[in-house]
Design a protein around this ligand. Structure first.
Ligand code: BGC
Length: 363
């Protein structure tokens, strides 16, 4: 079958031939319809991240997926041919208490694998085979946006983490406070989906990037009533504003430290971008930053991956985004290209683009 193959730490990706996986009892064979491409895929194709399966020279890329069930192995009762499905990414270590409880996104041993990323083939191929427990059925009416479910699951977990930190305050009784203010750093798909999610949760949302308002991302933010600020020359563009919740989705380590200064009293900063570990070290005014964290009861948390629960939550919210803003969420997909054009999509995204999707099987 056709597959996009990578071999990190070697640079590059190629459209090659991979063996069609065999279907075992209790398994499901899925035809890949489309796959989104994110910074992680671009890092893997640049040789900066990722790991081939043990004993193998290459890895099938792709983790943001949507597919259609082709056939089921004996004993499968929850899925049938024709179902639309999205598969989760991480497979647990099988040893730690979190992996044993289907919460491999909190794996303690670090011995997990991730499809298309770390030690296990991904979905950018004609077909894949999977166990039902890692598949989420998608209603037909969400077909056009379901490829966003994996990145949305990551947002769902990150927002839940942030909200749990805010909830630790156990707000005192009294008149309802004004809507809480959230800042989102980065307007790629994760940042924009976080804006949708936080608007739905009643936050006043401001999102920053390094572009003017007239980009697909800027226009989409306006549609959902979020503010956009061009912070190309720094966070001063925000004026004196401080925020209760900050969701970072840029992967810039120096920005992470700057964002701490924008956190209001009792606020929470959730980091989702994965900074590069081999950039040159830089100086930060650590004393002042951490002093404020203590004196203002602030919290900083990292959030990675998402288990099945968050995919289910994401499906609910995709439907709610539709009810509230019509087809706007579909605009997060800024381009769909045939699989053969993988190389163009794996290079840097264009200004204001949010999500590039490779179509494996049009239907
Ligand atoms: C994926 C996550 C994964 C993370 C780290 C992200 O791009 O969406 O599922 O855990 O990369 O590998």
């Amino acid at each position: 079958m056709r597959a996009i193959l990578v071999a990190p730490p070697a640079k590059g990706a190629r459209l090659g031939d991979a063996p069609t996986p065999t279907l075992g009892p209790g398994q499901v064979r899925v035809r890949t319809l489309e796959c989104g491409i994110c910074g992680t895929d671009r890092d893997i194709a640049s040789g900066l991240y990722g790991q081939t399966p043990p004993g193998r020279a290459d890895l099938v890329l792709g983790h943001e997926n949507l597919g259609r069930v082709l056939e089921t192995g004996s004993g499968v009762v929850d899925f049938a041919a024709g179902d639309l499905v999205v598969a989760t990414v991480r497979r647990g270590c099988g040893r730690c208490r979190f992996c044993r409880a289907n919460r491999s996104d909190f794996c303690e041993t670090g011995e997990f694998t991730e499809r298309g990323i770390r030690g296990r083939d991904g979905y950018l191929a004609d077909e894949y085979v999977e166990e039902p427990e890692y598949l989420v059925r998608v209603p037909k009416r969400l077909r056009s946006v379901a490829v966003l479910l994996e990145p949305l699951s990551v947002v769902e977990k990150a927002v839940e983490q942030g909200q749990a930190l805010l909830a630790r305050l156990k707000a005192p009784a009294g008149p309802a406070p004004p809507p809480p203010a959230a800042l989102i750093a980065g307007t790629g798909a994760i940042g924009i989906l976080a804006a949708f999610r936080l608007r739905l949760a009643g936050f006043e949302v401001t999102a920053i990037d390094r572009h003017g308002d007239d980009t697909p991302a800027g226009r989409l933010l306006a549609t959902i009533g979020a503010h956009h600020v061009n912070a190309a020359s720094g966070l001063d563009a925000l004026g004196p504003a401080k925020f209760e919740l900050i969701v970072e989705a840029s992967g810039s380590a120096s920005l992470d430290f700057d964002l701490l200064q924008r956190l209001g009293p009792n606020g929470a900063l959730v980091l989702t971008g994965i900074p590069s570990a081999d950039r040159p070290p830089f100086l930060v005014a650590g004393g002042g930053l951490l002093r404020d964290v203590v004196l203002e009861n602030q919290a900083l948390v990292g959030s990675v991956n998402a288990n099945r629960t968050y995919f289910a939550l994401g499906l609910r919210h995709l439907a709610q985004f539709r009810r509230r803003w019509g087809e706007a969420v579909g605009g997060v997909v800024t381009e769909r290209r045939p699989l053969e054009e993988f190389a163009a999509v794996l290079t840097a995204p264009t200004t204001g683009a949010m999500k590039s999707v490779l179509v494996v099987h049009p239907e």
